[in-house]
Design a protein around this ligand. Structure first.
Ligand code: NDP
Length: 335
């Protein structure tokens, strides 16, 4: 079932050398979720980091954290290594206006997600490195894990190697944010983007939808709504199951549960999600590969987000939200 058609390359601290960045100015463009965490980690690793941002709260936060902060175009001009950590949907416009003109020979433009490069929303010139350093973790944990002496795993890629030092540069950046402490995996921009979309278009929606339909069915059958949520996810137990799965293994962590629970899980898995569902899953994969979603999302942005707004309003009007409020007043959950 598992076909190996290529070698997986994983790099650790001993494969990376910060020296390649020691005399370089590194600009973190966008002091948000990823930007703040990566900028702080890189500075703690001894690199020369500046921040580029619009004049908003994040600008002031970066100043308070002790960084030199510049408008985006100025930071891009000053730096040789530019980490472009803006929301994906705003990247093309800001790139064209503020960054493109500052990409002189041998600089590196680094992304935390390959979306805008893979789908061609950004078409960089040939004289710069195009690198990917995509932590598989939200920004706060990229920082927290680093401070604990560990790190978040990441995908890395060299999309374009104008300097001839692309791999050494991205490995040094990965080391500086703590990622090579645990290991970084090399793969293409395309694979990073498509796997990320698979999580967003399959794994997470399946879990959310299973919870929503389960809630509706149980409440219709007369079960106590607050108890339903506490049982399904609100106690935090489900989160702990996934944490244990990441550490021990999806099925190996089952030993933490009663044998009754294990037997129930094993016998009902294929009943509620039969093997025939794989056809639908492959359909999702095929659709991701066509880039249809990226085009739809771009049109949605251009139209002012009408569908996104409607779907979000609908989700936030679902009775689950009200029951969650009541449950939080009843049970003080500390996670
Ligand atoms: P954020 O939403 O946290 O925003 C980053 C920064 O961009 C903020 O400082 C924000 O300012 C600024 N910004 C927003 N709109 C504009 C604009 N129009 N012009 C200029 N600046 C703007 O981004 P993330 O850190 O979540 O994402 C950055 C990159 O990292 C993306 O490519 C994303 O896919 C990737 N990534 C994100 C992960 C995550 O944990 N969130 C995980 C792995 C990868 P303000 O604070 O004012 O909004």
């Amino acid at each position: 079932m598992i076909r190996r058609n290529k070698m997986v390359k994983v790099y650790y601290d001993e494969d990376a050398d910060l020296e390649v960045l020691s005399d370089k100015t590194i600009a973190v463009i966008g002091y948000g979720n990823q930007g703040r965490a990566q900028a702080l980690n890189m500075r703690d690793s001894g690199l020369n980091v500046i921040v580029g941002n619009i004049r908003d709260e994040s600008w002031h936060r970066a100043l308070e954290d002790g960084f030199e902060v510049y408008p985006i175009s100025e930071a891009s001009e000053l730096a040789e290594i530019i980490l472009f950590l803006l929301p994906d949907e705003v990247q093309p416009e800001v790139y064209n206006r503020e960054v493109r003109g500052n990409l002189s020979d041998g600089k590196a433009l680094v992304f935390a997600h390959g979306y805008t490069i893979h789908y061609g929303f950004i078409k960089p010139p040939r004289n710069v490195d195009i690198l990917l350093l995509a932590p598989r973790m939200i920004g706060t944990y990229v920082r927290e894990l680093f401070q604990r002496g560990s790190g978040a795993p990441a995908f890395i890629s060299v999309g374009q190697d104008a300097s001839g030092k692309g791999l050494r540069r991205v490995l040094a950046l990965a080391k500086a944010i703590g990622a090579t402490r645990v290991g970084v995996m090399e793969l293409s921009f395309a694979e990073e983007v498509e796997l990320d979309h698979f999580s967003e278009h399959y794994t997470v929606p399946v879990i959310f939808r299973a919870i929503q339909l389960g809630f509706e069915a149980l409440v219709e059958e007369g079960y106590t709504p607050e108890a339903v949520l506490l049982e399904m996810y609100a106690s935090g137990e489900l989160a702990e199951v996934f944490r244990a799965a990441a550490k021990m293994g999806l099925y190996k962590q089952m030993s933490l549960h009663s044998t009754t629970s294990q037997y129930g899980t094993l016998t009902y898995g294929s009943r509620v999600m039969p093997d025939s569902a794989k056809g639908m899953i492959k359909e999702v994969i095929r659709e991701i590969k066509t880039g249809r979603f990226a085009r739809e999302w771009q049109l949605e942005q251009q139209a002012g987000y009408p569908m996104f707004r409607r779907l979000k309003e609908e989700a936030l009007r679902h009775p689950i939200n009200e029951v969650e409020e009541r449950l939080r007043r009843m049970i003080r959950i500390e996670l």
